[in-house]
Design a protein around this ligand. Structure first.
Ligand SMILES: *Cc1c(COP(=O)(O)O)cnc(C)c1O
Length: 371
């Protein structure tokens, strides 16, 4: 039986292996182990890729979100106890960033088709304490539609993009993830479309004040040596990771185009009526961090695929409001997020999946029946 791997990081990094080794040796020999030219190169690359005026390399995606929120608190744009609207079906990190900063996460249900926050439901969640909306470009699809941006502008809310899954993604106007809202957080966790070989992340923004505060906050709140403007953190990016990410950044479009070619095969060849495919637009703006189908008997389908050698994952099996760390959210009625958690399944879509594998997987899926 053939085996269809969901993800193998060594395989994904193999095309970059010589360059990665060069970069690691270069840093080791340089004597610059904190900050320095590798970090600056990564930051310049992220600014160029997104079109945002500023990029700040940081320790990981969660810290990128925390630093943005902390930055706006330091600037007086958000007050302790304010509310931040988040999608109810996001990865836990989006919500953790909000609560860690002493803010109140307010989950809003997604649309079932795009699985992104439903902008038609945002206005009813706004109160006098709402300070920001944190749209998450889930699975690589832009979540900031015109209605969301219009609501934010009318209510003077900050838009903080969780772009961890969306490097290189664009909206229908061609604006890149990272340059749509007031600030954006990226993750280079190894499984993201552009991954480090450890933890890493970045903040992008065109707001020079926020950029200045985030740059200080990541480094003990220090603006110059032994001078501390803020009660900061140590959330710096490791130059080894910055060097690895910087060398991969120029390949972002190619990496994303490959994922799209697999998504296109799934979209055109999966014809089993038991399987609900994700929205597939003709534009190439979605970067397909995951290809997520929905099906009623998900675990049954998942076992069937496993028996046929197809590895899958669930993103995500438990929504944040039902996690034990958030008892204060447990009473909320969020039936769409809960239904998605029961029905979603991610198919293989990385460089580990050949086009031929994708054709095979479609045939296996089309043979599935749920009795
Ligand atoms: C991965 C991810 C994060 C967190 O990034 P880390 O680098 O793992 O801290 C945040 N939000 C979303 C949507 C993610 O997928």
């Amino acid at each position: 039986m053939n085996k269809y791997t969901f993800l193998d990081l060594a395989t994904i990094n193999a095309p970059f292996s010589a360059e990665i080794k060069d970069a690691l040796c270069r840093v080791a020999d340089s004597g610059r182990y904190i900050g320095g030219p590798e970090v600056e190169r990564l930051e310049a690359g992220m600014a160029a890729l997104t079109g945002a005026r500023h990029a700040i390399g940081v320790s990981n995606g969660l810290d990128a979100l925390r630093l943005i929120l902390r930055g706006y608190i330091e600037l007086g744009r958000i007050q302790a106890g304010d509310e931040v609207i988040v999608p109810s079906n996001t990865y836990i990190a989006s919500v953790l960033a909000v609560s860690d900063c002493g803010l109140v996460p307010v989950p809003v249900e997604p649309r079932r088709d795009t699985m992104n926050i439903d902008s038609r439901r945002i206005e009813e969640a706004i109160t006098s304490r709402t300070a920001a909306i944190m749209p998450v470009h889930l699975y690589g699809r832009i979540a900031t539609d015109d209605r969301l941006l219009d609501i934010a502008a009318r209510h003077r809310l900050l838009v903080i993009e969780d772009a961890a899954q969306a490097i290189g993604a664009r909206d229908e106007q061609g604006r890149a993830a990272g340059a749509i809202g007031h600030a954006a957080a990226f993750s280079f966790y190894p499984t993201k479309n552009i991954g480090a070989i450890g933890d890493a992340g970045a903040v992008t923004t065109s707001d020079p004040e926020l950029a200045r505060v985030v740059a200080a906050l990541r480094n003990y709140g220090s603006d110059y040596t032994y001078h501390n403007l803020y009660q900061g953190l140590n959330c710096r990016i490791d130059p080894l990771q910055a060097a690895v990410v910087a060398l991969k950044l120029p390949h972002t479009d190619k990496v994303n185009a490959y994922r799209r070619s697999i998504a296109r095969i799934y979209d055109s060849e999966i014809i089993n009526p038991l399987i609900e495919k994700p929205v597939f637009e003709q534009s190439d703006y979605c970067v397909w961090h995951q290809y997520v189908i929905k099906t009623a008997r998900r675990d049954h389908f998942r076992n069937y695929l496993a028996e046929n050698g197809v590895e899958t994952l669930i993103h995500y099996p438990v929504p944040p409001h039902l996690q034990p760390c958030y008892p204060q959210l447990a009473g909320l009625s969020l039936p769409i997020a809960e239904q998605l958690a029961r029905q979603v399944l991610s198919l293989p879509i990385t460089a580990c999946t050949s086009e031929r594998d994708a054709h095979d997987i479609c045939k296996i899926i089309n043979r599935y029946s749920n009795d």
